[in-house]
Design a protein around this ligand. Structure first.
Ligand SMILES: *Cc1c(COP(=O)(O)O)cnc(C)c1O
Length: 380
């Protein structure tokens, strides 16, 4: 029964700890306190302030996009991003079933219907083959976009997700979607710092969204960013997330239903300090990934590594066990030994809210659901 003791010891050594080892904890080793103090001293702690502007410029830089908008969290960012590309109530949005629930929730908040397609085994993200098969069978281009001929609904967006920071085949997905006139929104919540063929994730679709929640590669407590190469879409994102207020020195006038999804300056201050450390974090994570990769080589446990022509941020590192039984044993033994591990998410259509949504055959998603486990991944 002590089959995984070697792994547990190795993780303890790598983190140099005999205490509880969490899956992922934030690291504050730069200007965090200084910037937070600045906001308090300036009294600009809330929804406007210099750090919000600075954060947006930093995000434009890091993601090589023309416009970044700070928002209150990643989920709200995706919700608005879908609306920006034209998602309306009653439409369909294509995504993967193997994802964190926020991806599907952001679709549902718009009153739209998620369509769950299978993932690729290697990227753990939306499969271009599944996408083109689905569209070939169900899609029809009409004068205002693509429709699902079986349901009569408009397919108004495709929302792939970069699982654990491993980039999906985003170029193929974008090509397929372009030919079917479907806008792409990237759920890049987990992939800050990841690249596909040298280009940052989040910059391929019409819009991309990042998260700065406490468990992500860099955090600002809670927060998100919407990025786009279209200045018009970016400006509209800012407008919609700041209550759709027409600029005026003192009058209140709002010409449509906007949201209060602003990131407070307090959080933006933390975000700026964290972003300054991003390169260091990426380096440290890559070093840990190399350690894990060497350790698991030749064992029954497969450490997941980045695909050719991509750079993963190695946000959450993951291993693949032989089967569900082994996975359950691994989870039990490691957690009992206070080395935190967690299975990948349950597939979205197994959750009560999404039970009745359309899905294709989920051969790869089911396979991964049975086998993938996250292991401790913090920056050390
Ligand atoms: C974290 C995450 C989100 C949501 O981000 P929040 O900032 O927590 O709202 C969305 N999608 C995925 C895949 C995530 O991992």
């Amino acid at each position: 029964m002590d089959g995984f003791q070697e792994t547990i010891s190795f993780i303890r050594e790598s983190f140099n700890s005999n205490d509880f080892i969490p899956l992922h904890e934030p690291r504050f080793c730069g200007n965090e306190k200084k910037y937070l103090n600045d906001t308090i001293e300036s009294t600009f702690v809330s929804s406007v302030g210099a750090y919000v502007d600075k954060f947006e410029v930093m995000m434009q830089d890091i993601t090589s996009t023309n416009k970044a908008v700070a928002v209150v969290n990643g989920t709200a960012g995706i919700q608005v991003a879908l609306r920006l590309v034209g998602v309306n109530a009653g439409d369909e949005v294509i995504t993967q079933a193997l994802t964190f629930v926020a991806t599907a929730n952001a679709i549902a908040y718009n009153g739209a219907h998620p369509v769950f397609l299978d993932v690729d085994l290697d990227t753990m993200g939306l499969s271009p083959v599944a996408l083109s098969n689905f569209l070939a069978e169900n899609g029809e281009i009409r004068k205002d976009g693509c429709y699902n001929i079986k349901t009569g609904r408009k397919i108004s967006a495709c929302l792939p997700m970069h699982t654990f920071g491993f980039p999906v085949r985003i170029d193929e997905l974008v090509n397929i979607c372009n030919s079917w006139q479907i806008p792409v929104v990237e759920d890049a919540a987990e992939s800050l710092g990841s690249e596909f063929k040298g280009q940052p994730t989040g910059s391929f679709g019409e819009v991309g969204v990042f998260s700065f929640n406490g468990n992500k590669i860099v955090t600002c407590g809670g927060g998100g960013a919407i990025v786009s190469n279209s200045i018009a879409l970016g400006d509209r994102a800012k407008y919609l997330t700041t209550t759709a207020k027409k600029p005026h020195p003192y009058e209140y006038y709002h010409d449509e239903l906007g949201f209060n999804f602003r990131m407070p300056n307090l959080n933006a201050a933390l975000a700026c300090a964290q972003l300054e450390s991003l390169d260091k974090f990426l380096e440290d994570k890559r070093a840990l990934a190399n350690l894990y990769d060497n350790f698991f080589k030749g064992s029954d446990i497969r450490f997941r590594t980045e695909m050719p022509e991509t750079k993963a941020n190695y946000w959450l590192m993951s291993v693949e066990l032989k089967n569900r039984e082994e996975r359950d044993l691994f989870l039990k033994e490691t957690n009992m030994a206070k080395v935190m591990t967690r299975p990948i998410w349950q597939l979205m259509y197994k959750l009560p809210m999404y039970e009745s949504c359309f899905r294709d055959e989920q051969i790869n998603a089911e396979y991964l659901e049975d086998r993938i486990v996250n292991i401790p991944s913090s920056v050390r």
